[in-house]
Design a protein around this ligand. Sequence first.
Ligand SMILES: Nc1nc2c(ncn2[C@@H]2O[C@H](COP(=O)(O)OP(=O)(O)OP(=O)(O)O)[C@@H](O)[C@H]2O)c(=O)[nH]1
Ligand SMILES: [Mg+2]
Length: 411
Amino acid sequence: MIIKKYLAKSKEEALETAKAELGEGFVVMNVREIKPKGIMRLWKENEVEVTAALEEETESINRVVKNVSAIAMEEERRQKQEQERVGKRGIVGDSENIERKLDSLQNLIENHLGQETTKGKETAETKQETAEETVAKKEKREEKQEQFEKVLYNTLIDNEVDEKYINLIYNEVEKGSKPGMPFDYFLAGIYQKMILKFGKSEGITGSEDGPRVILFIGPTGVGKTTTIAKLAGKLAVEEKKKVALLTADTFRIAAAEQLRTYAGIMEVPFRVVYTKEEFRQALDSFNSFDYVFVDTAGHSDQNAEKLGDMKELISILDGTVAYQCFLVLSATTKYKDLVRIVENYRHIAEYELIFTKLDETSAYGNLLNISLLTGKPIAYITCGQNVPNDIKVFDPQNMVKILLGGKKREE
Ligand SMILES: Nc1nc2c(ncn2[C@@H]2O[C@H](COP(=O)(O)OP(=O)(O)OP(=O)(O)O)[C@@H](O)[C@H]2O)c(=O)[nH]1
Ligand SMILES: [Mg+2]
């Protein structure tokens, strides 16, 4: 794992530099704004620091282990002292510890940049121990680590991450590391693996040549129309882009009216299309626009005929216009059903994922399960009914921290 920091005037600029140096395959570990200090702050603008990680094929975890070892040992010693002070703690104490460790994990990883691995004091101490004491200490540490690993495993299970994926991630981390590695290294390895597994999405991107058409597909009632209103609203109102709304949802009488109302509030053009020909004409008429959002009717994924119609509608766009398609899924849908839905929608179009209704569940494991199953990144998550505010660009770091028990839930 190569971890590097890039400082620039904007996040985009820092990402460009990272891309030029690391290629496409890097993962953003952290983004933070840096305010200038001292008297110079009056003249200097804020800068953005992006921490990017690039996984090297093999021994990635070994690198992390090596680099963070000095800091992790120090942290372990500190915790041991604290535990001795507070008294022996059970399994509840361990989960609290995981939460605390996760909070400091980012620092742990960041701090290792520029730090040398030193054994120093630790070696001096161990020299004075008898062989039995060393063995007993090692056993105790291993027992504790095993306990931590179990708590972490159970936290992921509680968050409904599929056991198959937990085992996959655990195995990958264990394979790339030395036996008996301290829990902090293990946690850092799991954290990084999970971020990499989520992949990354650019979200909605602009088109240099003509409008960018954005389609939303998915089962009934998941929040397609509401999500369009949120995203289109931000682009039209906040970014002053030229946005048009189209609906091909002529299935439910109220559906077109719902989008028409949002278009009226945003003061953007709106069109209902009933046929492929009307769809083509409408796209032509919005030729000078930046974005054309297309709403589709929600259907059961088991209705092959309707899905076939949708595929045909989307095929009009192939080779004629730049488009992106988002499969909208609700975080409240059962895993088994989501598996079937993504399988049935796989044939309709190339898509990225949007998860809605995160405010209606407390277990987010399906986001990782489905992202891993489909190999598609998640672009956005929505966390409420308010238009346009209850939507966020998906942040894998934050989600991984939640799944590992570091934070209670998305607000
Ligand atoms: N709690 C919650 N409700 C949401 C969210 N997104 C949408 N909804 C609600 O879900 C309901 C259905 O939303 P729609 O946008 O009509 O869903 P749709 O996918 O367009 O539905 P169809 O067009 O019938 O397939 C509405 O009551 C929305 O307010 C969300 O993130 N959280
Ligand atoms: Mg709808």
